[in-house]
Design a protein around this ligand. Structure first.
Ligand SMILES: [Zn+2]
Length: 350
């Protein structure tokens, strides 16, 4: 079984104000937790647990017009956040400073056509794609632009048989974000660079709404592109071997913008859960020497170093085969893992 989150946009014009009212009641609960925790700490130097807060807030659901379960989830979340932050109190919440967040359990809501009934109120959504699986829980959330969404976490069964039959090696890069060993390359423009100028103009002119809209646009394009690419790859393969390239060193070089833009971590995460859902396997491969080694004869004759990142194609001095830089690297990553090719000198085969 896998958990899938379906995210739908709420029809803000009809349901937005209602959700904003619920969110402000939630802020009230949050601030109450903050205050009562601080008082408890001042008087006996103890931190209240989630259980204590559940007891203290019991019976308030009617006055707050929130379900008892939602209040409990807010209390639990408060305790988790306070532990993570290692502070005595957290920041106070107000409608101006915090984004809306309304958690709920599936048992308390009903989805019918394009309407969600929640605590006796009707919230209208754009059902952009059909819902599958069993709904377990969910939340209403607000983004930085004040738009509301509903997130429904559903349990869906995994495929019994792998949908694809190939074994694919995957190289993650900056010019081509994802390259597969079967020669298929997923490449898009650097979105950060593409939108840098209009974004800087909006920020200089202090046009906050425009800046937020541009940032949201970049995030949406990146997310859409990454989902489409990773789904297509996971559908083709039984075994996925992903390069273990790390971005920590690269973000200190002039390639930082491209590294952040490529979002390798997100690609790796998506491929991992999508492979599981489609009955495939996703493992990490060793990317060391993968771009300098010839995938044909195993000699390290390719371009090496940061300065040679611009060299896209090269000819092996050992066997004379012409290589595309990224496809060759992806082939090496796959060969090392599956052990089909001759082991490359200096790298142990696992
Ligand atoms: Zn060669």
């Amino acid at each position: 079984m896998s958990m899938l989150t379906y995210r739908y946009r709420i029809k803000d014009s009809t349901s937005g104000t209602h959700l904003a009212r619920i969110a402000s009641a939630i802020n009230y609960v949050w601030n109450y937790c903050n205050e009562v925790s601080l008082l408890a700490f001042r008087s006996d130097k103890t931190f209240l647990t989630a259980y204590d807060l559940h007891t203290l807030t019991a019976g308030t659901s009617k006055d707050l017009r929130l379900s008892a379960d939602t209040i409990q989830q807010v209390c639990t979340e408060y305790v988790t956040r306070r532990r993570q932050s290692k502070k005595i109190t957290l920041k106070w919440r107000s409608w101006r400073r915090s984004l809306g967040w309304i958690p709920f359990k599936a048992a308390y809501i009903r989805l019918h056509a394009e309407t969600i009934t929640c605590c006796g109120h009707r919230v209208r959504v754009w059902l952009s794609r059909p819902l599958t699986g069993t709904m377990k829980m969910g939340s209403f959330t607000q983004d930085a632009r004040g738009r509301w969404y509903v997130n429904l976490h559903c349990e869906v069964p995994d495929a019994a048989e792998p949908t694809g039959q190939r074994a694919i090696g995957i190289d993650l890069g900056l010019k081509n974000q994802i390259t597969c060993s079967d020669g298929i390359i997923y490449s898009r423009e650097n979105l950060t660079r593409q939108h840098a100028q209009p974004l800087a103009m909006a920020q200089r002119a202090q046009k906050k709404r425009r800046a937020k809209a541009l940032q949201a646009k970049m995030a949406n394009i990146r997310k859409d592109w990454t989902h489409k690419a990773t789904t297509a790859i996971a559908r083709r393969a039984k075994l996925l071997v992903i390069s273990n390239v790390s971005s920590t060193k690269l973000v200190k070089t002039p390639f930082a913008t491209s590294t952040y833009d490529a979002a390798w971590g997100i690609v790796r995460h998506q491929l991992t859960y999508k492979a599981k859902r489609l009955a495939g396997v996703c493992v990490a491969g060793n990317e060391r020497f993968s771009s300098v080694t010839c995938s044909g004869c195993g000699i390290r004759s390719g371009p090496s170093g940061l300065s040679a990142l611009g060299v896209r194609a090269w000819v092996c001095s050992g066997c004379g085969v012409e290589h595309d830089r990224d496809v060759n690297a992806a082939r090496n990553i796959l060969a090392l893992r599956s052990g089909r090719a001759t082991p490359i000198k200096g790298i142990p085969v696992r």
